[in-house]
Design a protein around this ligand. Structure first.
Ligand SMILES: Cc1cc2nc3c(=O)[nH]c(=O)nc-3n(C[C@H](O)[C@H](O)[C@H](O)COP(=O)(O)OP(=O)(O)OC[C@H]3O[C@@H](n4cnc5c(N)ncnc54)[C@H](O)[C@@H]3O)c2cc1C
Length: 445
């Protein structure tokens, strides 16, 4: 297919026809804008893509839970109200999978491709976009880049320049646990070397606890890396099990070092300390510091729950290390997903730092809506942070020392006023989100 030329009556360029790009293109076309959607497939494939159709699910065929007591269940519920093409396709091509929404991946991708290709306002082009020259930008009123976690190298280079170097190629995600699942009687509040400051929760470990933990890590099952995911580790963010393998005391001199911390129960420095850092101001969720890992999910739960105080831990997010290209969104993006240095260009999907099929599609949907408001010169009212869509977008604006991609979970939502038990807490988050979402919908319609 040929490249767009100046005579085309196009308004918006969408680059990348994955989950985010397809959703964004569809939303814009449904709002009456003409769209050029460029995807390099089938001319060129990323190392994970295989099929010529758009919206390819590169790994699992599940869009995860439908349960409205989960962040991702709510996210899908909200997206359906906004006319999500990805969810329409999923509903039409679903396969039985209990509480999860799983699909026949071929039919799913075919459905979306056919909808896009037959839309009178969308023109699909198949080639790799290698640069964002001014000449190209001049042809479009707005641009949405949704080239995904395996963006081609030439476009990645452009993005690196546009983000002043704030583009990363691997994530290193540590698990997050919910605060009220912790046994605080086995922990103490303190900041290293800072008497009186109580920023971290600390789990003191005896020599026996520590050696047992190291031993479990050394023998644990790891996720097998994909072919294109070389065993490439950066010294600053090694997987915890890799550090354990380097030597018995490596962790005790690394992320589990006890220096500068005194256990108030014993008035002594423990043998080793696991630190938990609050994920939000309300301290409803905590990150296990330095626990980025390639262990399988069941192994993470089994081994991390052996630590004192984490026996009943509820994991809001589990750890991972992937090949994943993403930008430091809080530094690089405006709240409308546009680049601070070039507001005509918007980013969508996994490249923004959201993580997962549904989150990427949700981000594409929001990018489509935001751009259509902008092009109509109408003020866009963002979804409130109490909703799933709002919480996800809000996460991309929170400045962090070490910004890492996130999927949607209740730890990203503003805290509830009342302290509740696990099930009631989820119900309260869900009820509040649904109510706020309905109110927002009424306001924007
Ligand atoms: C190997 C792997 C496995 C994953 N497994 C899961 C999983 O099981 N479950 C889950 O929820 N999430 C998973 N993810 C994470 C993520 O949610 C998906 O990658 C998701 O598809 C991201 O959506 P996207 O639209 O942002 O990007 P993609 O769906 O990857 O779409 C990007 C599109 O852009 C195109 N493109 C790239 N560069 C260019 C260019 N220069 N010019 C033109 N086109 C270009 C690509 O061909 C592709 O079609 C996985 C990620 C990877 C890398």
């Amino acid at each position: 297919m040929d490249k767009p030329n100046r005579q085309d009556v196009t308004k918006v360029l969408v680059v990348g026809g994955g989950l985010a790009g397809s959703e964004a293109a569809w939303r814009l076309a449904q709002s009456g804008f003409s769209v050029v959607l460029i995807d390099m497939k089938p001319e060129k494939f990323s190392p994970a893509h295989r099929e010529p159709d758009l919206a390819e699910l590169v790994c699992s065929n599940s869009l995860r839970s439908e349960d409205l007591l989960t962040g991702v269940g709510l996210l899908k519920w909200e997206m359906r109200f906004l006319g999500s093409l990805v969810l329409e396709a999923a509903d039409k091509t679903r396969v039985p999978a209990g509480k999860a929404l799983a699909v026949d991946r071929k039919l799913f991708a075919r459905y979306i491709t056919s909808k896009i290709e037959t839309h009178p306002l969308i023109s699909r082009k198949c080639y790799e976009l290698t640069s964002l020259q001014d000449e190209l930008l001049e042809q479009f009123s707005a641009i949405i880049l949704a080239p995904g976690p395996l963006v081609s190298s030439s476009l990645a280079k452009e993005l690196k320049d546009l983000s002043q170097g704030e583009l990363y190629f691997y994530d290193a995600i540590a698990p997050i646990v919910s605060a009220d699942s912790l046994d605080l009687s086995k922990m103490f509040w303190a900041s290293r070397y800072a008497e009186g400051k109580k920023d971290y929760l600390n789990i003191p470990l005896t020599r026996e606890d520590y050696l047992n933990f190291v031993n479990e890590l050394k023998n644990a099952q790891k996720v097998i890396p994909k072919e294109f995911e070389k065993e490439l580790h950066f010294e600053g963010c090694l997987p915890i099990e890799e550090m354990a393998k380097r030597g018995e005391m490596t962790l005790a001199f690394g992320p589990l070092k006890p220096v500068g911390l005194v256990d108030p129960k014993t008035q002594k420095q423990p043998f080793a300390v696991v630190q938990l850092r609050p994920e939000n101001k309300a301290k409803t969720a905590f990150n296990l510091v330095g626990f980025q890992t390639k262990l399988t999910y069941p192994e993470q739960k089994r081994i991390f729950r052996m630590l004192p105080g984490l026996e009943q831990a509820e994991f809001l997010r589990l750890g991972s290390i992937h090949r994943n290209t993403f930008i430091n969104a809080p530094r690089v993006l405006n709240s409308d997903l546009s680049l601070k240095v070039k507001p005509q260009i918007h980013l969508a999907g996994q490249i923004t730092g959201v993580e997962g099929y549904v989150e990427s599609a949700a981000c594409g949907l929001m990018a489509g809506i935001i751009v259509s408001y902008k092009l109509q010169r109408k003020k866009f009212l963002p979804p409130p942070p109490e909703t799933s869509l709002g919480a996800l977008l809000h996460y991309l604006q929170i400045e962090q020392k070490n910004f890492q991609p996130s999927n949607i979970h209740f730890g990203l939502f503003p805290p509830l006023v009342k302290k509740l038990k696990k099930r009631e807490r989820k119900q309260a988050y869900s009820k509040r989100a649904q109510q706020k979402f309905r109110e927002w919908l009424e306001q924007i319609q």
